[in-house]
Design a protein around this ligand. Sequence first.
Ligand SMILES: [Ca+2]
Ligand SMILES: [Ca+2]
Ligand SMILES: [Ca+2]
Length: 415
Amino acid sequence: MKKGVVVAACAVWIITGASLIWAQGEFPMKYTQFSTSDQNMQYRCMKHVMKAEHSPSRMKALPRDFSGRATYFLAPLNGRQVLMVMDSSTPPNLYVDTNGNDDLSDEKPFTATTDGQRTQFGPISFSSPGVKEEVPLSIRVETFLRDAVPQYLTLMPDGFYSSTVQLGGESYSLALLDANFDGRYNSPLALPIPANSLTGSLSDIIALDTNKDGNFDCVQRMEIYPLAKMVAVNDVYYSLKIAPTGATVNLEKVAPPMSSLDVKCPGAELSLWSDICPTQTSGSEGKWKLPAGRYMTNSIRLVKKDSQGAEWVLTGTAREGKLRDIDLRQKKSAVLKMGPPLVMKVQAYKFFGNSSGAPGGQNGSQVSVNMSLVGQAAEQYSARITKDGHNLPPPKFKILSAAGKIMESGDFEYG
Ligand SMILES: [Ca+2]
Ligand SMILES: [Ca+2]
Ligand SMILES: [Ca+2]
């Protein structure tokens, strides 16, 4: 009997000892409304909803005091199409079917507030059917003042969950955003994403201040990204378990199966979104170890030093080509050539415009000429090249006739 207790105690110690090494534990999260300093995160979750052409047939009634012109919207929120109607009165009012009964006569209006450019409504709160959450889904809705009849509404969350988590003996700020507006905080990115979709509207978003500077960075440093199964800090991987309500997050140190990716391009830096673990790669001659999974290139930097030590940087994206969807699920290693030699691609678009630049005018046609550089994996680089952090002058162009005569010449403009 006594031996049995000792054996059991040893087993508990081994399990507990192992978890002391591996588990980083569960952390409670706190809901906070966005402030102006958090707009990086809030704007990453923006979702546009186009106006409906007609009054939706399911709508039972408009509010009794409805005065102005009605514009109808059906917004995908909380797993349903939520009816919204803009009353273009002064100031404009937005009616939202917050209780999901397709009836707007039982709703109070949200009156516009404005900063001079944008008109905002909310916060607008909804309950999630079947989920008992401490904080219901809450959003803000924006539109442009100049649009008497808005073509679309912009939706964004009103707040986010955050916590300070302990990883490898250090404290990090972590935030979760319900970026697909379903009232849950645990929707991971599924790859590949459909063409022309915004990743922010397909999954939730996580932010982790890995350089501990007090900001969730999103320009040169990737600290805000679509939610995946893991996060990485200093090349250590942690699995993520998030309560659907956002109330807790659990992180555990894990050792995932790894693959290697070789892009045959020293100086390449990739910001990769993933269904397994978002990663920012650089150095090691363009050859990196990554957890086996699927990846999508969000942005690219090509960095080269010349013989005088000056640093030249090209930035790019992978809207198409092999870097758009990198599948390392079943592969121990993959080679994918990117970067130079770069081919210049010039595209001309003809459009009709009037002198004010508004579309639809009949006075003369205009041609927009766009230039980009295309790499070996069909990735696209901007013609904006920087040398030691300064923009080089934009490239010049000449348009020749079939006989070789210069018809037009000028400078490209960055934009
Ligand atoms: Ca209602
Ligand atoms: Ca969600
Ligand atoms: Ca940071």
